[in-house]
Design a protein around this ligand. Sequence first.
Ligand SMILES: [Ca+2]
Length: 193
Amino acid sequence: MQSLIDGSSTDQLPTDSFTCWIMGSGGLSTVDLSINPADSMSAAPGSEETVIQGFAGNDIIVGGPGDEILFGSGSDTFAGLQDSLGGKAYGKTISDFTMGQDVLDISDVLQGYFGDGSDLISGGFLSFENIRSNVDGTTTFTLCIDQDGHAGSSYSRMSMVEMTVIGLNLGSNQEDHATEILMQMLNNNELKF
Ligand SMILES: [Ca+2]
């Protein structure tokens, strides 16, 4: 950790990080982390993000209130994403969401949703934005959420998490990609709502 000296042209922000290893014994392991990142909101992207990493095995990775990068191996459930909402600098990043393995739990974010998931886009609850294919075959997008959908007026659309996903199969029509992502996640039971 470096010292931050006000007023010097050679100031550098401290760049601490830690890794949280969650080791289970065959079942699910849980951990609740409460993290207050440094107070600067103007630092370069990444420098104020906390990295939370699951271990091999099946973990429930619960985000805290700060800007975080979440990833793990095994079959992981990513939750606690409601803490991304509301003025965070960068929000959450899930860097290795794997189709057929991982689960995104937004059950505590949605308000009053009782559907089967297929109308999450049309109902205005979810939007998949800035979808782009990476050279390594993964897909990256920003998942935005309106907690009570088009019909509710208590919440409006906010960016929730940037996800890089392994194993999506997207067609050639860009306008279909959001629906394709939603349906593939639903078909794999990878969206808990
Ligand atoms: Ca709304």
